[in-house]
Write a protein that binds this ligand. Structure first.
Ligand code: PA5
Length: 410
């Protein structure tokens, strides 16, 4: 099970209003408007995803179209746990024309399944990508009457253009429940369908998430979690408003990207928030770590240690030189551990604010735990900072003005 330890000269204490916060937080995550906490026990969404997978599992290429919360979660899972042995993946998650060209040149569109993901069903980047893909299909003689063999949609149950078009094109359409926002949607078909194509078992992911569900619903057991959130709030109030997320794992590099969106888009409101900084070890020890160690002490560092890797290498060698000799008795994973421990010790010595998270192993269960834990922490910190973590008015404003600018050009 995921566990953690806080190192800081700010004491992590639960304020007297713990009972009150526990109550209102439980009310929030159990309210009908907020659905993410209950996704791990919603088997219907998984069943629907499996049915769609069965129809298309022969496809050689999976093109995932979406942006923000409609893309970052699936990308994170595929990079952390996916195998591309059977299916090749392309994520169209930006509108850079040159990147599109590079990506499309590697795709045989006739062999591809195109998964269009948009909760609103109207996001400009996604609409643009879908239009381009329809044009690409036309180039190889595939038109609307055959689209049901190529496209699958994933969108709101009733609202938006995608929902309307799905009926017109007779395209299989998976549902993102109305009470789930984009960045909280990875444990829905948004994540399930790509997971299935990448050989990841969503059932095991959900199992991990249900463990967090049980843990956080128990007031006594979940106390440490509340303590962590209160500590972050206290740091925020002391001006420590940057949060570094640094897993010591290349597979979790995209987990940092997913977390950045979740943390920033949920908490950056009303002049409040904590700037998320993505990093990964050991690579960033030779980069941003200098700043984290000796720069302004205005950051919290979340360091993630994976206790057991899937693979390992002996460093045994006969190469001359002190550094080679020193490493020779060890394995690569031992060096990773040494770098982690060394950095942690130096950060503590420098009075930095650190949380050391431990994951016994990176697999479906532990990533499921990590996802629900991070979502719950984000929602709780939002609650105690008096921010609505589930909306994104700043993002919506940019979307609206972009459309207005386009209208002014036509
Ligand atoms: O988390 C969010 O709500 C956003 O990041 C959305 O996921 C993003 O803007 C894409 O929106 P949509 O899924 O409606 O296309």
């Amino acid at each position: 099970m995921l566990n953690w330890k806080i190192y800081s000269h700010f004491e992590a204490k639960l304020t007297q209003d713990f009972d009150h916060i526990f109550k209102i937080y439980q009310e929030t995550i159990n309210s009908p408007e907020v659905g993410f906490f209950h996704l791990p026990t919603n088997q219907i969404l998984l069943k629907e995803s499996l049915e769609v997978y069965e129809c298309f599992k022969h496809k050689k290429h999976f093109i995932h179209v979406g942006i923000g919360g409609s893309a970052l979660g699936p990308e994170m899972f595929i990079k952390a746990l996916g195998s591309e042995k059977e299916t090749q993946f392309t994520f169209l998650n930006n509108i850079d024309p040159d990147e599109f060209h590079r990506q499309l040149s590697t795709v045989n569109i006739k062999d591809a399944l195109i998964f269009i993901v948009s909760k609103s069903g109207t996001t400009a980047e996604t609409v643009a990508a879908m239009s381009i893909l329809a044009n690409e299909l036309a180039k190889v003689g595939i038109y609307e009457n055959q689209y049901s063999d190529y496209f699958v949609f994933c969108t709101d149950p009733v609202k938006g253009d995608l929902r309307k078009i799905s009926a017109q094109w007779n395209v299989k359409t998976l549902t993102i429940p109305a009470n789930i926002g984009g960045r909280f949607s990875v444990l829905t078909p948004v994540g399930f369908l790509p997971m299935l194509f990448a050989g990841i078992n969503p059932q095991k992911v959900l199992k991990g998430a249900t463990e967090i569900q049980a843990y956080l619903s128990d007031k006594t057991q979940g106390k440490d979690f509340y303590q962590l959130a209160f500590w972050l709030r206290d740091l925020h109030d002391q001006g420590i408003r940057q949060t570094v997320l640094m897993p010591y794992s290349s597979r979790l590099k995209e987990f940092s990207a997913w977390y950045v969106q979740l943390w920033a888009e949920s908490l950056g409101k009303n002049g409040k928030g904590m700037t998320p900084i993505p990093a990964y070890g050991a690579t960033d020890q030779h980069s941003q770590m200098q700043l984290f160690m000796e720069g302004p002490n205005d950051k919290t560092l979340f360091l993630f240690e994976i206790e057991k890797f899937f693979h390992d290498y002996e460093l045994k060698n006969d190469i001359s030189g002190q550094s080679f000799k020193l490493l020779s008795p060890f394995k690569l994973s031992t060096l990773m551990k040494a770098e982690f421990e060394g950095t942690l010790a130096a950060l503590i010595e420098n009075k930095r604010h650190v949380v050391h998270f431990k994951l016994p192993k990176l697999n479906e269960e532990s990533l499921g735990q990590l996802v629900l834990f991070t979502e719950c922490l984000t929602a709780l910190v939002g609650k105690i900072l008096d921010i609505d973590p589930f909306n994104q008015p700043g993002v919506e404003a940019g979307k609206k003005y972009a459309y207005e600018w386009l209208k002014s050009q036509s």
